[in-house]
Write a protein that binds this ligand. Structure first.
Ligand SMILES: *Cc1c(COP(=O)(O)O)cnc(C)c1O
Length: 230
């Protein structure tokens, strides 16, 4: 089982490197976050043993369980799903990056808790580029007025933007969603407050990570391609 996991990891890494080079960037410019929500502790540990140290979970409870079981492994945990405010206290100390900062209320609560534990927490602002009602995240038009107000949250470090492509429409639509995140970032940059970085673009999953890299992704979140045979 762990051998297959290591093989699939190598294939995904190779495809990431190829897509990065094809868009004129170094393979190091793209971070793979392995999404482990489909598998248990054992396969998650196999992935870490195979050299993948950035792991993502969408449900806080699962992240707690895995972080505790893998406490003696070197893991940088990424929260990629919606975080309810009543789960912040338990989740925050475990995290390297919150991809899913999707409302001002959550941002405020994250900042309060980060301050309480004396840390600065890196976050990405989740943007709903597909317009799908079921998706969390800020509307693209909300970002410009939002950015100047974020400077006051001095226990958060904004590093960039995150999006999920539409479920329907295949690669063409995904590509447009990814391009619109990059274009939004490029439009925001000139007036971006100094403390805020928009460097990171977290976009692309198993079915579309190469497309996302071509559109400028610096972080891809890949789950099923690491655990299922295609
Ligand atoms: C599940 C999930 C992924 C990974 O999806 P795959 O298609 O399995 O690679 C990436 N991002 C988010 C936010 C997810 O919930």
């Amino acid at each position: 089982m762990s051998e297959r996991t290591a093989e699939r990891l190598a294939i995904v890494r190779e495809r990431i490197a190829d897509a990065a080079r094809a868009s004129g960037r170094s393979p190091d410019a793209v971070t793979l976050v392995a999404v482990t929500k489909y598998v248990g502790i054992e396969e998650t540990a196999a992935l870490v043993a195979a050299g993948c140290h950035d792991l993502g979970e969408s449900r806080p409870q699962t992240l707690w369980e895995k972080a505790s079981a893998l406490a003696d492994h070197e893991v940088r945990w990424h929260l990629i799903g919606h975080l309810q405010r009543n789960k912040i206290r338990r989740t925050l100390p475990l995290l390297s990056l919150v991809h899913s900062a999707d409302s001002v209320r959550l941002i405020e609560a994250l900042n309060d808790e980060a301050q309480a534990i004396g840390r600065v927490i890196p976050i990405l602002l989740e943007v709903n580029t597909s317009g799908e009602a079921a998706k969390h995240g800020f509307q693209p038009s909300e970002l410009e007025p939002l950015l100047p107000t974020l400077s006051k949250y001095d226990h958060l470090s904004v590093r960039g933007l995150m999006t999920m492509a539409a479920r329907e429409g295949g690669l063409d639509v995904a590509q447009r969603n990814f391009a619109s995140l990059r274009e939004l970032r490029d439009r925001l940059l000139p007036n971006c407050p100094e403390q805020i970085s928009l460097q990171e673009l977290s976009m692309g999953m198993s079915g579309d990570y190469e497309t996302a890299i071509r559109e400028g992704a610096t972080i891809v979140r890949v789950g099923s391609a690491l655990f299922e045979d295609e």
